[in-house]
Design a protein around this ligand. Structure first.
Ligand code: COA
Length: 250
């Protein structure tokens, strides 16, 4: 498989924050992610990597050989540090908290260059798999009322609207939709989930073979893509801060 999902580690945080910056108007500080990974037993965070991304080794590259080295003293004081290979190819991430038998999706984002390839779906299904694994019966999240793209993804997986949190997002006072799945343990949901994940596997396998040029049904249906700059943000950061000590929300 070209795209591989694995638990987020401390080493992944810089790249996760890079992607967060592209996906949301504000980001968690690295310390918040560290806290989540180290101190929160309810939290489950994952990343998806593109295993085909070739990462240039840090240091000399073949094209540099034989050239006079650039005097380091002439470089600006803040030289960007190349990302280590194991984190450089992260292209998305997601997380959830388990609260009793409810799984709360706290975040999900893919790199703008990797959208509409099924990776948001891969992350969401990986979270739902975790929810099954830890005995959750329902999955819930908050999403901006204007975030049509994310809502389409969630509705595809059986999330439906169950309420509104008024002025939930502090940056623009936007309301949040509260969405829930039905009981994911029912045969009905399992069957639907099975069919969707099979279709996703086929789609991703086609990408592996380089046979997927159009992406998923979004492209086929001619749905409007939302550019990275117009991607709506998620939950209020202040609430994220307090959420780490109380309930998760998105
Ligand atoms: C929401 C997000 C994670 C989707 O990621 P993605 O990798 O593009 O999603 P996928 O390619 O897996 O698409 C899965 C489904 O989502 C929906 N979808 C994704 N992009 C869409 C688009 N541009 N238009 C309409 N539907 C879209 C479709 O249902 C699609 O299934 P389909 O391809 O079979 O039609 C991504 O847009 C993102 O990171 N957004 C910014 C962060 C954010 O808003 N997160 C949600 C917070 S609640």
């Amino acid at each position: 498989m070209r795209y591989v999902v694995s638990p987020m580690t401390l080493a992944d945080i810089p790249r996760v924050i890079d992607i967060e910056k592209l996906a949301y108007p504000s980001t968690w500080p690295a310390s918040s992610y560290r806290k989540e990974l180290q101190d929160n037993p309810l939290a489950h965070y994952i990343v998806v990597r593109d295993t085909l991304v070739a990462v240039e080794p840090v240091g000399d590259t073949p094209s540099d050989s034989g050239k006079r080295p650039f005097p380091l003293s002439l470089l600006p004081a803040r030289v960007p540090t190349p990302l280590a290979p194991e984190i450089a190819n992260i292209v998305g991430f997601a997380g959830l908290w388990l609260m009793v038998d409810e799984a709360h999706v706290t975040t999900i984002a893919t790199h703008p260059n990797y959208r509409q390839r099924g990776l948001g779906e891969l992350l969401l299904t990986s979270l739902i798999d975790i929810a099954y694994g830890i005995g959750a019966r329902q999955v819930t999240l908050e999403v901006r009322v204007s975030n049509d793209v994310a809502q389409i993804l969630y509705r595809k997986y059986g999330f439906h609207e169950e309420g509104i949190r008024r002025r939930y997002y502090s940056d623009n006072q936007e309301d949040a939709l509260i969405m829930w799945t039905e009981d994911i343990m029912t045969d009905r949901y399992r069957e639907r989930y099975f069919l969707l994940t099979q279709a996703l596997k086929t789609r991703l396998a086609a990408e592996d073979n380089g046979t997927s040029a159009t992406g998923g049904t979004s492209a086929k249906n001619g749905k409007n893509a939302t550019s990275s700059t117009t991607q709506p943000p998620r939950r209020r950061r202040q609430e994220q801060e307090s959420a780490r000590n109380a309930n998760p929300g998105d």
